[in-house]
Design a protein around this ligand. Structure first.
Ligand SMILES: [Zn+2]
Ligand SMILES: [Zn+2]
Length: 404
């Protein structure tokens, strides 16, 4: 593992690896891949989930649903919980933030994953293809927006997208549910993946805004903080996602997405919120009306109670910094920027153009301090886009294969 993996259990701790968390994450990536292939994948957490008239979507055919079991089982062993003093989380609080973000202990080390087929129609590429895309470009498990879950598949796996498609075809001879995809669900065609590298000296963390506790409360807390950072460094990563997130959401990075003054709803939509927001404009300003209806005082739309969005996941994920080689470090910034729903005042292409050039500029020198150097964007991948630094790939199969 390059950064700790968070799978969580019922108490939302992450003491041991939970295979259900890994499977859930694999399912998310598979759904995004399937939607990119124009295969229907239902929202397993929504009302339109399978089965429908005893038919199942491609994703449920693989991962199961009510009345249908998953085609495989994962057995995951190994790893250990990173040892933070007192087992607590550290609060990474860049300048200007009153709360900051918490980074808690999760699982580090090597894991052994065994894929156990439970059905003759299972093909290991159902697991390997999404796993490889996630491990090379994104993250696995929960809280990837906070830097967890960057993994490397150690064994020489030969993920084969053609075999994935063939196996899916065989599977789909059954009662497959094929509908139009909900455009507001993750789709690999609408994702971007960036990697930034830089050189850093051993104690570079001392200059990172937010990692050190500048409030200077007591010596005891400072000692704890230092032990936590040392433990992270021993495991070849540093939890700096909040520093970048802070820059992008509140600092100079705002210029990448804030094209006009109406930013609040857009900000919630792009970076996520745990508060209740309007399904139309993503503003907080919704008030209850009669008959369980609501009205948004920002966009004046009325809607039903069940349409209100309770919490909204961040569309952008930022990894911890992790060691690539000696003093060479890397950070991933990746995400899914849907074209739908249209958010007023937001231009997707303009944002991604801005983000790509901002990641290549001197911003990271300012964020990580003067003990780091040679910051550069090493790769940008995006389907059918001029921004892709490998090549503009209009063929989706070709794009997927180039990610593996
Ligand atoms: Zn389904
Ligand atoms: Zn609204």
């Amino acid at each position: 593992m390059k950064t700790p993996i968070w799978t969580g259990d019922i108490d939302s701790k992450s003491d041991t690896i939970q295979s259900t968390g890994i499977v859930g994450s694999l399912r998310w990536w598979t759904e995004a891949l399937l939607r990119g292939m124009n295969e229907f994948a239902c929202d397993p957490t929504g009302d339109s989930r399978c089965p429908d008239d005893e038919k199942y979507c491609s994703s449920c055919l693989i991962f199961g649903a009510t009345g249908r079991r998953r085609l495989f089982r994962l057995e995951i062993n190994g790893g250990r919980k990173i040892s933070f003093p007192g087992n607590g989380a550290i609060n990474v609080k860049p300048s200007g933030r009153s709360r900051g973000w918490f980074f808690g202990p999760a699982i580090v080390g090597g894991l052994k994953m065994e894929i156990i087929p439970l059905d003759e129609k299972f093909d290991e590429n159902f697991v390997l293809v999404p796993l490889l895309v996630a491990s090379k470009w994104g993250g696995i498990g929960a809280k990837t927006q906070l830097g967890y879950g960057v993994v490397e598949v150690a064994s020489s796996s030969n993920a084969d997208f053609d075999k994935f498609k063939k196996a899916l075809e065989d599977l789909s001879r059954e009662r497959k549910r094929q509908e139009l995809n909900n455009l507001s669900l993750p789709n690999l065609k609408e994702m971007f993946f960036a990697k930034i590298q830089f050189k850093a000296s051993n104690n570079w963390w001392e200059k990172v805004d937010g990692l050190i506790d500048k409030s200077g409360k007591n010596r005891f807390e400072k000692e704890i903080r230092k032990k936590v950072i040392e433990e992270c460094l021993n495991n070849n990563f540093l939890p700096i996602a909040p520093v970048i997130k802070n820059w992008l959401r509140y600092g100079n990075g705002r210029q990448t997405w804030q094209h006009n003054n109406r930013a609040r709803g857009l900000e919630n939509w792009l970076f996520g919120t745990s508060k209740t927001v309007c399904p139309q404009c993503y503003d907080y300003d919704i008030v209850p009306q009669e008959n369980e209806t609501y009205k948004c005082r920002n966009c004046n739309q009325k809607f039903k109670k069940e349409e209100v969005i309770d919490r909204c996941a961040s569309k952008i994920n930022i990894s911890c910094a992790y060691v690539v080689d000696n003093n060479l470090w890397e950070v991933r910034i990746w995400g899914w920027i849907p074209s739908y729903p249209k958010i007023q005042g937001f231009q997707k292409d303009r944002f991604l153009d801005n983000l790509k050039s901002a990641l290549n500029g001197g911003n990271f020198h300012a964020l990580f301090g003067n003990q780091t150097s040679d910051h550069k964007l090493v790769v940008w991948r995006e389907y059918n886009s001029e921004r892709d630094t490998f090549k503009k790939e209009e063929n989706f199969d070709g794009f997927v294969k180039s990610l593996l």
